[in-house]
Design a protein around this ligand. Structure first.
Ligand code: C5P
Length: 213
């Protein structure tokens, strides 16, 4: 099957030398890409800024920096895909007016930045007559499954993979993860704490069996 995967954080520029980012390492998305290649899938990996080499065997890797670039790259690569797994930790906000020159601190005791919402890439894939499945991720710190179920229906995806990022032994930047997959049909499947490479392989075989791909 043809799989599109987003991975890593996005960086939203403030001025030519500064940005707003987050702690996503990209490990989960890259592990998914590797697991998909191992299954024989054709993989398009759209990656934010991370310190990871593209997994061997990935058909194409598109490196982007900002949420807008990730949005454009995803929409440019939807043709022919069977499954989109949006694993990236896309920034929720970007700077309203990016400064053309480096912002100087001299004479400024406080600095206020105006932020505006980024476009939601996952929600943007919920269009009529699409021919592929969409799986999102949700990192939550409280009422984990409840928030994730709401997200699943709000964003119109087929399934959402949820992890509890308040835990130190799994999730962001960790090599391990512990996730529950919520399907739009109402059922759920949990994977116990394991290396992200193992979670990725389990996830892909679950989705492959579920969607007969
Ligand atoms: O709303 P939240 O950021 O918690 O949703 C997480 C899910 O939505 C992830 O699958 C993430 O890749 C996706 N997302 C996105 N574009 C955004 C924000 C989140 O694709 N602007």
């Amino acid at each position: 099957m043809q799989v599109l995967i987003t991975a890593g954080p996005t960086h939203e520029p403030i001025d030519p030398v500064r940005f707003i980012g987050n702690r996503s390492s990209g490990k989960m998305g890259y592990a998914l890409a590797e697991a998909a290649v191992a299954r024989g899938d054709e993989v398009t990996l759209i990656s934010g800024p991370v310190c990871l080499a593209a997994p061997r065997g990935v058909a194409r890797t598109i490196r982007v920096t900002t949420s807008d670039e990730m949005y454009e790259a995803v929409h440019a690569h939807l043709e022919g895909i069977d499954l989109a797994i949006l694993c990236a930790a896309v920034a929720d906000y970007k700077i309203a007016d990016v400064a053309e020159q480096k912002i100087k601190k001299e004479g400024c005791e406080t600095l206020t930045l105006e932020l505006v919402s980024t476009r939601d890439i996952l929600a943007s894939l919920n269009f009529p007559k699409k021919k592929f499945r969409v799986v999102g991720f949700a990192a939550e710190t409280n009422r984990v499954l409840g928030h994730a179920r709401e997200k699943l229906s709000r964003k119109g995806c087929d399934a959402i993979v949820v992890n509890d990022v308040s835990r130190m032994d799994a999730g962001f930047a960790s090599d391990n993860n512990e996730v529950t997959v919520l399907f739009r049909e109402g059922d759920e499947v949990s994977f116990t704490n394991a290396p992200k490479t193992q979670i990725a392989a389990q996830l892909l075989s679950l989705l492959g069996a579920r969607y007969k791909m």
